[in-house]
Design a protein around this ligand. Sequence first.
Ligand code: ADP
Ligand code: ASP
Ligand code: MG
Length: 413
Amino acid sequence: MGLIVQKFGGTSVASADKIHGAARRAISAQQKGHQVCVVVSAMGDTTDDLIDLAKQVCAHNGKEFPPPKREMDQLLVTGEQITIALMAMAIQAQGHQAISFTGGQIGLVTDNAFSKARIQSINKQRIYQELDQGKIVIIAGFQGITPDGDVTTLGRGGSNATLVAIGAVLKADCCENFTDVDGIYTADPRIVPNARKIAKISYDEMLELSGLGASVLQTRAVEFAKKYNVPLHVRNSSNDNEGTWIVSETTNMEHIVVSGAALKKDLIRVTVKNVPDQPGIAARIFGDIASANIVVDDIIQTISDDNTANISFTVEHGDLHDIKPAVEKLTKQLGGKTIAIFNSDLAKVSVVGVGMRTHTGVAQRMFKALADAKINIQNISTSEIKISCIINKTDGPKALQLVHDAFELEKAK
Ligand code: ADP
Ligand code: ASP
Ligand code: MG
């Protein structure tokens, strides 16, 4: 029998009872003959609560300081640290052997991009040693350590990345992502009640869906799973239903034109106006932003008659703290009439499907569904397997439902 890595998300370890439930699943996998590693998230809303607490402390003397990133990571890793210890205790209380590790203790080394660190290496020897002694190995998700010994976090939802990275280095037979829904649905089932659970989805489609707002899996985790061909099973921690398998694309996936729809709920458009229309300016703007580790999307450049350009792009609302100083520094350096404008309250609705490569008419159907409901499309972007529309934030949930209905995603294909 092989090796299984299981990951339990926040809701799946939110109480002592739930931790015991997760422990039972790990023990049962071991009793079937597998070696078992378990990655855990912080309990319930712990990470959100810690972030709120940090904000409260950083609001001082009538001013709001953005919490320093190194210290924020130092704070947030404590959430997962609580769960690993409790999970190891639960397994031992049920009469089985377990040992818990922080990211640092298994040498999960990252770069030093606090709050969005990337995994560089994992020392598997310690994990193998414990597995070989018959223990279930519990690993804190979402965290790592820099070569200098500072703790880091891997971005929100980062326990998914830990799961897949551990699965990849240990060459696991399977990674099971236990969460609070039955699998990947055609849209977020909390927004679209008639969304349908998908049995199988390709890495590429999942990559797009995650990047476009399906927060059930972190994008980086899917990237990793694809790169190392790790089979990923997303399932519900509170039942035994078969979940969704995320796998390499197969030819019969192409007959499904649209597999799913997704919503990014809270975006900001940044417009840098009156930029000198010269070679190298865009590289400079986006170079500065990339070095602040901010992901930009939906880039548009328009040229005016007076040899200046307007460059606009969207970023996630959560990046506002970082993007504002980066852009303002740049407009100062460019001087002249260059100014930056920040528009919040935007959302992005998207449809995704590998079948779009070979079928036409998808865009028209999507635009018509939105137009019929008088939802204004502010920008459109496409790739081989997706179409996205920027709309007002308040139209977001309705637009997701409309697009879902327009492609009849609730019906099995
Ligand atoms: P966990 O704490 O287990 O990591 P998350 O809250 O991060 O769980 O992710 C699960 C949630 O993702 C679901 O409750 C659901 O609301 C949301 N979600 C968004 N898009 C989808 C989708 N397409 N399919 C399933 N769940 C989705
Ligand atoms: N606890 C972290 C978060 O809430 C990591 C995770 O749950 O995956 O983002
Ligand atoms: Mg999550």
